[in-house]
Structures are given as structure tokens and as C-alpha cells.
Design a protein. Structure first.
Length: 269
């Protein structure tokens, strides 16, 4: 081997040997770039239209259970803001995770804040039915804090029309966001149903600052029904928003008999 070529050969070997420690230490900078992920959006947006914003650019919007996105693929670690379309107020933010490649982002906005972590909790026993509850009302005399929701079994004797309430459990501190998950076993008979009563947290009082605009025909039977309208479905899991019925008397709103129950679970399946 001629001297110039031998000299070049030695120099190349020395460079290669010098690079080996860096390789062992993981110091190479030419690492593969993380690939984009594919994302689908589901959920429920209450009261407002939300915009999805990335890098100061609107990439989609949502209202009710309708999501319209301009993008299908998103960069890992991309930050996406959720803001109200009406006034630009930011109500939430999430970061795109690098895995898995196919992702479903479930968004829930209750009119105040947004979460991207709302999931349907599976029941531990497929004979049971699962629930998470939230409480919401626009009634002006609502006291403004959390409520306790007492769950009862109602048995109706259709021969005597006797109503028998059996308390089962109390879900404490229910707010405008979905609370703790709980399960109920199958109903004993077709004459049974699961119902609930609502109290100011820590009391057995109705959650209102005044009863002047609360017009109940029979306070003892002031309850809502968890199963009559939506029925008991073994193995199912529900996200239920409960609210007192609001009527109108002359020139002002009043609370009337019963509660409305709205199921959001289908938007998150």
C-alpha cells in the first residue's frame, strides 16, 4: 500500500474509533423523527361552540356532539387549545401523545371547563349497570355548591298503589363535572326502579337558598328516575346529567316536580 493511501487509511480508522464511544453513550443526533398520529374526536360540547387551535391556527370546531376538524393527522407533542368561539376564552388544552398511532380523543365541555380525559368506566360485574352523575341547573335560587344524591329503590304495589322507598347509597359531593363511578345490581322485579333525591351537600335540605319559587305538589315524592326512561341495561355504563325541572309562573321561573335526566354516554363510546 502506497504511503499516501496508508496515511488516509490510518486517519479514517482513528476517526471511526473516536466515534465508537459516542455511539455507546447514545450521543448520536441523527435520531428518527416521531411519526404523526391519527386522531378521531368524540364527546359532548354544552352551551357553546368550541374552536380547536394549534400554533395560533383554528383547525376545527365542535358543538353538541358534532366535531368538524380540518386535520386527521397530528404531530406528537403538538399542543391543542380549546377556546370559546364567541369570545376567544381558552377553556382547555391537551398535548398529542406519540402513541398509539390510532387515537380517540373524548372531549367534554360543561359550559365552564373542558376535559379530554372523560371515559366510560366498565362495570366490575356484567350483571350490573354503572353510573357517573353530574348536577346542573340555571335556577336562580340554587345555592351554588355541591349536592348529595341519594339513590333509592322504589317498589310500587300496583294493587294498592303503595310506594315504598328503600335507601341504597348516597353519592356525596356531586358537582357540574361527572363524579365517582358506582354500580347498581339488576332490579328485583318489574315493579322496581332506581330513583334519586337531591340534597344540599351534608344535609337533608333541598339545595336552594329560598323555597319561595319551589312549587312541589308533594315534597315526599320529589324524586328523579334513573331507570324508567333509560331502562336498566346489564353491563352498560352511563354518564347522566341530572337537573330539576324548571317551569314558569307569571314572570319568574319555578322548580316543579321531578328531575330531568340526560344521558351523554353514547357520545363517548
Amino acid at each position: 500500500m502506497k504511503a499516501p493511501f496508508l496515511y488516509l487509511y490510518i486517519i479514517c480508522c482513528m476517526c471511526l474509533l473516536a466515534a465508537l464511544p459516542a455511539c455507546k453513550k447514545g450521543e448520536l443526533v441523527n435520531t428518527p423523527q416521531e411519526r404523526a398520529v391519527k386522531m378521531q374526536f368524540k364527546g359532548a360540547i354544552l352551551n357553546d361552540t368550541l374552536e380547536f387551535v394549534s400554533n395560533d391556527k383554528v383547525i376545527g370546531e365542535a358543538i353538541n356532539t358534532w366535531f368538524k376538524m380540518t386535520n386527521v393527522y397530528y404531530n406528537p407533542h403538538e399542543k391543542i387549545q380549546l377556546r370559546k368561539k364567541a369570545d376567544g376564552k381558552v377553556v382547555g388544552e391537551f398535548e398529542v401523545m406519540p402513541t398509539p398511532f390510532l387515537q380517540v380523543k373524548r372531549i367534554f365541555y360543561d359550559g365552564v371547563t373542558a376535559t379530554d380525559k372523560l371515559e366510560l368506566t366498565p362495570v366490575s360485574d356484567t350483571n350490573n349497570m354503572g353510573f357517573r352523575l353530574k348536577f346542573a341547573t340555571s335556577f336562580k335560587d340554587f345555592y351554588g355548591g355541591p349536592v348529595d344524591v341519594e339513590i333509592l329503590n322504589l317498589h310500587i304495589d300496583y294493587n294498592t298503589f303503595e310506594f315504598k322507598f328503600t335507601p341504597l347509597k348516597t353519592i356525596s359531593g356531586v358537582t357540574t363535572t361527572f363524579g365517582d363511578f358506582f354500580e347498581l345490581p339488576p332490579l328485583a322485579t318489574i315493579e322496581d326502579s332506581y330513583v334519586f333525591k337531591v340534597y344540599k351537600a351534608g344535609t337533608k335540605e333541598l339545595p336552594y337558598t329560598s323555597l319561595e319559587n319551589v312549587e312541589l305538589s308533594n315534597p315526599e315524592f320529589y324524586y328523579g328516575d334513573l331507570t324508567n326512561v333509560y331502562y336498566f341495561v346489564a353491563g352498560d355504563s352511563r354518564l347522566l346529567s341530572i337537573s330539576p325541572y324548571i317551569g314558569f309562573n307569571g314572570d319568574h321561573d319555578v322548580v316543579t316536580d321531578g328531575y330531568s335526566v340526560e344521558d351523554f354516554s353514547s357520545a363517548f363510546k
